[in-house]
Ligand binder design. Structure first.
Ligand code: 5AD
Ligand code: SF4
Length: 461
């Protein structure tokens, strides 16, 4: 049935392509949020380019605008409304199509707000109806109708949507959609629906094709990758082992696992692997057992620390990155110190720090003991300070080591230098010829500069 729906959309793609013939129309896409959203945008771009739209980075010259929204934290919302204001000014002068999709659009109060305050938006689509973008665009073009194409029920798993990859070395592959965990601060389960896994066959086939096209790195994506369920007992560890076997793929990454589901078979698969990145992203959220309980995370401070210990023991060269929320309702000074304590003990290579943001519809939003903004900010800065002090210390251990690096391109800050990342995601810059871009090479680290390491090329790779 899902296949039939994609075939229908391919018919709409042809119709829009016919309407757009010889018009050289341009699209501009703004993607907010996580890698899953980026991967969704790559699918939108794939569909748009088959409809003869050409991508532009210049907002002023586009004919079709798409905003792929995020609603995990409040600041993303403010950005969307600001952007819509800018688009209104363009639409007042020219006939353009404005489409807005993604997570924010699954929220009823946002749909109402857009209808009321931004009535010039042509298409509103949700996370479960992304595949219908060609039909939505067709109806807008043909009938000049405003469209709201949002489903509250879970979407299905659609295969065969065209995709335009934004990188030619490294690709993201979504392995599962949705989340069943309902952490009390998080909006994701409400906007992305329940967990649905793609079949192992479809995932492996996609990665094999990527390898044939020369991709060397894949990132497996899901809200909760280690609850991947491929059916008949086929779990995330099985998938990791099968991706490992694909020739041409040299690096495998995955985001994000949940600590409570980090089973021994996954640890074994990482230990046996020559390709899985040695930087594991394991979201902590809080180091306090009390806060973790109210967050509904289903592990304690001690369980998190012993998981890290167990992984370090099995795989000594492993490093960790994490997500931490400060200022969750009811977080006391003592609770926060537990978070600092875990950060100190684990010595995270990278911490993505977030100030707790109230999300309408989540249990934490209704909690009475919200933390004042001032305290939240102070705690955020204290965690940041601890983290930044650790960076220097952590960086020193790289000096003199040889790192295998996928050359990503020229450095943004210095065109004479090339850039890549260590297996633990540290940026390295080094001198080398542009022909190395896309290659795996060996680099010797010579110095550290807080946010990046400097290296030099070794002859043999
Ligand atoms: N406030 C702040 N941070 C949040 N995250 C999720 N929901 C919220 C929220 N309401 C963070 C979590 C998650 C990351 C993607 O975003 O740390 O792991
Ligand atoms: Fe949100 Fe928790 Fe699901 Fe992650 S595991 S998406 S934080 S509810």
């Amino acid at each position: 049935m899902e296949e039939q729906k994609i075939i229908e959309q391919k018919e709409y793609i042809k119709k829009v392509k016919e309407i757009n013939k010889n018009k050289q129309l341009k699209y501009y896409i703004l993607t907010m949020g996580c890698k899953l959203n980026e991967n969704d945008s790559e699918k939108m771009m794939g569909m748009l380019e088959e409809m003869n739209y050409i991508q532009t980075e210049n907002m002023k010259e586009a004919d079709l605008y798409i905003i792929n929204t995020c609603c995990v934290r409040e600041n993303a919302e403010e950005k969307v409304f600001g952007k819509l204001g800018e688009l209104k000014a363009i639409k007042d002068k020219r006939d353009i199509i404005i489409a807005i999709g993604g997570c924010m659009m699954q929220e009823e109060h946002i749909q109402q707000k857009i209808k009321k305050s931004y009535p010039f938006v042509d298409i509103m689509f949700g996370t479960h109806t992304l595949y219908k973008l060609p039909e939505d665009i067709y109806i807008t073009l043909e009938q000049n109708k405003k469209i709201k194409d949002i489903l509250d029920i879970d979407g299905e798993v659609y295969e065969g949507i065209p995709i335009k990859r934004t990188s030619s070395n490294s690709a993201s592959v979504t392995i599962m959609y949705g989340c069943n965990n309902f952490c009390t601060y998080c909006i994701v389960p409400y906007v992305r629906g329940r967990e649905r896994s793609r079949t192992p066959q479809n995932i492996l086939q996609e990665i094999e094709e990527l390898a044939k096209k020369g991709y060397k790195e894949v990132t497996l994506l899901g809200q909760n990758v280690n609850s991947y369920n491929g059916g008949e007992g086929y779990k995330f560890a099985n998938l990791l082992r099968d991706v490992e076997k694909i020739d041409g793929i040299e690096t495998i990454k995955f985001v994000s696992p949940h600590p409570k589901d980090f089973t021994d078979d996954v640890i074994e698969a990482i230990k046996d692997s020559k390709k899985i990145s040695k930087l594991l992203h394991v979201p902590l959220q809080s180091g306090s057992t009390n806060v973790l309980k109210v967050m509904n995370r289903k592990y304690t401070k001690e369980q998190y620390l012993s998981l890290v210990q167990k992984i370090k023991k099995e795989i000594p060269d492993i490093a960790f990155s994490t997500d931490i929320i400060v200022g969750f309702p009811g977080e006391t000074e003592e609770d926060f110190e537990d978070t600092l304590d875990v950060a100190e003990k684990v010595n995270f290579e990278q911490i993505f720090m977030f100030i707790y943001s109230r999300r309408v519809g989540t249990p934490a939003d209704k909690m009475e003991n919200q933390i004042p903004e001032e305290i939240k900010h102070k705690r955020f800065n204290r965690l940041k300070e601890l983290y930044e002090n650790k960076i220097d210390e952590n960086n020193k251990k790289y000096i003199g080591t040889v790192q295998k690096v996928l050359v990503e391109g020229t450095s943004r800050n210095n065109e004479d230098m090339l850039t890549g990342r260590t297996d633990t995601n540290k940026v390295i810059i080094f001198k080398g010829s542009n022909e190395l871009i896309g290659e795996m090479i060996n680099i010797k680290i010579i110095s550290e500069h807080k946010w990046y390491l400097k290296g030099e090329l070794l002859n043999e790779s």
